[in-house]
Design a protein around this ligand. Sequence first.
Ligand SMILES: Cc1cc2nc3c(=O)[nH]c(=O)nc-3n(C[C@H](O)[C@H](O)[C@H](O)COP(=O)(O)OP(=O)(O)OC[C@H]3O[C@@H](n4cnc5c(N)ncnc54)[C@H](O)[C@@H]3O)c2cc1C
Ligand code: SF4
Length: 466
Amino acid sequence: MADVLKKVPVREQDPQERAANFKEVCYGYNREEAMEEASRCIHCKNAKCIGGCPVNINIPDFIAQVKEGNIEAAYQIISESSALPAICGRVCPQESQCEGKCIRGVKGEPVSIGKLERFVADWAREQGIRPVPASEKNGHKVAVIGSGPAGLTCAGDLARMGYDVTIFEALHKAGGVLSYGIPEFRLPKDEVVAAEIENVKSLGVKIETNVIIGKSVTVDELMEDEGYEAVFIGSGAGLPMFMGIPGENANGVFSANEYLTRNNLMKAFREDYETPIAHGKKVAVVGGGNVAMDAARTALRLGAEVHIIYRRSEEELPARREEVHHAKEEGIIFNLLTNPTEILVDDNGWVKGIRCIRMELGEPDASGRRRPVPVEGSEFEMEVDTVIMSLGTSPNPLISSTTEGLDVNRKKCIVADEDNGQTSKEGVFAGGDAVTGAATVILAMGAGKAAAKGIHEYITGKNRKN
Ligand SMILES: Cc1cc2nc3c(=O)[nH]c(=O)nc-3n(C[C@H](O)[C@H](O)[C@H](O)COP(=O)(O)OP(=O)(O)OC[C@H]3O[C@@H](n4cnc5c(N)ncnc54)[C@H](O)[C@@H]3O)c2cc1C
Ligand code: SF4
């Protein structure tokens, strides 16, 4: 008899094997495992898990269908709220959202909501089941900037309401961070990301790639010359930050974004692609977030010995526990309470090492975490040939600087109403990382959803007045 206090365990690729390949780490549940896990849900009347989900999926109802083996019905319930369930089931931080609120978690482990969502979405994809498009178009045109989770969700929801929606994407491939940032071994690109984007397109959404708003065409031109009644900006936060230490311009120093883009979007890890990437022997990744874990685990798979350098202790690591656990299992070395002070460069301008200082934790700072303080006289040098900086990102100011009347805050994030995405400019809405700064897939989706509603109310209100 299975222990109802514990999740049905999920099968994963062996750590030693996976450290040398880019295949997906987690295999997910099969039908029997999913039905068994679903039977742990007690279908609470006042289900707290729903409130923990930023797109409010009806979790107890979809799980009840899984329990009965009605997977298609479960999929239709999920797709009323989410256009990207196979993606969310893989990358959402469920432990701090739906599963963090699950009543089962009080005495044991919460229901494995994420893995159940993933199972349902994968099953539906394998059966060729798609979300249902709107029966009629309403004749109103909306432009969406950016094809990340915020843009895709906003576009999908508007298309379901009958709008004629076009997404404009700067890169040659749609998906935002889902395509260029999160590695293949966590989120398969062709099998999962491309398939869910196809689902959004099947709702009638058009996607134009290689269009940089602010350069190819401006927001004002979209509205004044091209007949779009509203614009949603979901352009993300793709501008990397650096430390400003000596040696940061040397050859062999990358931002995590560039490193991951070369590998994920431009497939540098595949021999049939010509994209160059540094095959470092010893790589230092500076930072402790999910992006740092992704960069480190990518460098490991490309054959390097990889060191994470993080200035606080393990307790403060911002990355998801699961990612830290996987990184350690695969052999990533954690240099905690350590901060770089200089990147050492050889006579030809290439990285040859990194100078660091040990840190200790002082009083809590504004973030509530204990402030790291350098330990005097503790500097040391480490030999490395590649350094990947993963210190966070901010929104690119291109759109805000080319759009008249669009307010941004001091971090260059677009100012928008959380409830409906409305910005300071009439007819222009925004959401996702472009508004919050770097956050999560599901928060971006929640913002895209709220903005779709806001745009619908704006356009119907405007037409009622006319
Ligand atoms: C490496 C990495 C790993 C992550 N891992 C996770 C995870 O495990 N779980 C999680 O929940 N979150 C994770 N995140 C964060 C998450 O991916 C983001 O919060 C989310 O993608 C934000 O969605 P978005 O739609 O706002 O922006 P993005 O996904 O950044 O998409 C914005 C899109 O807009 C396009 N764009 C930008 N400017 C223009 C322009 N001027 N004209 C046209 N198009 C433009 C960009 O090319 C991009 O495609 C990770 C982020 C990174 C970088
Ligand atoms: S809180 Fe947990 S047990 Fe209750 S309905 Fe949600 S998933 Fe099921």
